[in-house]
Design a protein around this ligand. Structure first.
Ligand code: PBE
Length: 263
């Protein structure tokens, strides 16, 4: 298992931003350790299992996801409590990168009237196309439908095709990630969460405590990333990959070249 090897294994989830952040981590640590990036392993449950099994040592995750989906809290818990509960699993959370990437629902820019999630209850005919993970998550559709009393029945789709399905009018409402580049590209209207359902999803690193000890120099380099990636930076990187078609490694390299933390 990787936990005893001489290679630092970085993981990522299967969506654009996670691939890019995985590359940022891998390139940041590569001067200091042998590094391998296992890209786009899957959804939260799969990447977490890889981390717990020692197949990977660290991956980019989101605070609300750790809190509500991984630790199954009913409501947001303080960071200290999150750390206390992760420690017996051999895991830690650290290095807040500097931006929040929350879930939200969005409609086409020309959808008449709609501005807030609470207004969806009066539109039972709208077709919801929601990502599979969102439909299944405790902090996703089940809780959202309950909080807002929503009568619609969502259809599951892959987040990678959600924007195109919306623009081709196959569906009317999709879940978005707030740092997605296509929100602006397609001029979507993000609906206000007027009953404060969604928590903060600050980007952080979820890692094996033993990895920080096994790769001290690489870990030190990684910690220098704290607070350095703004939401605008992340949206621009997502745009470079999804709209301009650049590969993830180049996107990460360009960002690092422009924002290199002082050694
Ligand atoms: N996301 C959006 C999250 C939660 C909010 C896709 C960045 C995730 O768990 O991956």
């Amino acid at each position: 298992c990787a936990a005893s090897g001489d290679t630092l294994h970085v993981g990522s989830k299967r969506f654009t931003e996670s691939y890019i952040l995985g590359e940022v981590l891998a390139q940041t640590s590569s001067p200091h350790a042998k590094v391998e990036h296992l890209q786009g392993l899957g959804n939260t449950a799969i990447v977490l299992a890889a981390l717990q099994a020692g197949r990977i040592d660290v991956y980019p995750e989101y605070l609300g996801t750790i809190d509500l989906e991984i630790l199954k809290h009913q409501q947001a818990a303080p960071l200290e409590q999150i750390r206390r509960e992760l420690a017996p699993m051999g895991l830690g959370v650290a290095v807040p990168l500097g931006f929040n990437n929350t879930y939200a629902l969005a409609v086409r820019g020309d959808a008449d009237g709609l501005k807030k999630l609470s207004e969806l209850v009066t539109q039972p005919r709208l077709r919801f196309g929601l990502s599979h993970e969102f439909i299944g998550r405790a902090d996703g559709w089940p809780g959202l439908a309950k909080r807002y009393g929503l009568p619609q029945r969502p259809e599951g789709l892959d987040h990678g095709i959600a924007y195109e399905a919306l623009m081709q009018r196959q569906v009317d409402v999709i879940d978005i990630y707030s740092t997605d580049a296509k929100i602006r590209q397609y001029g979507l209207r993000v609906l206000e969460d007027d009953r404060a359902y969604f928590p903060r999803y600050d980007a952080v690193l979820l890692y094996r405590l033993d990895a920080a000890e096994r790769f001290p120099a690489a870990w030190k380099a990684i910690t220098q990333l704290e607070g350095r990636i703004s939401a605008a930076d992340m949206i621009a990187m997502n745009a470079a990959a999804e709209i301009d078609g650049q590969n993830f490694a180049n996107v990460a390299r360009d960002w690092l070249a422009a924002h290199k933390p002082l050694a």
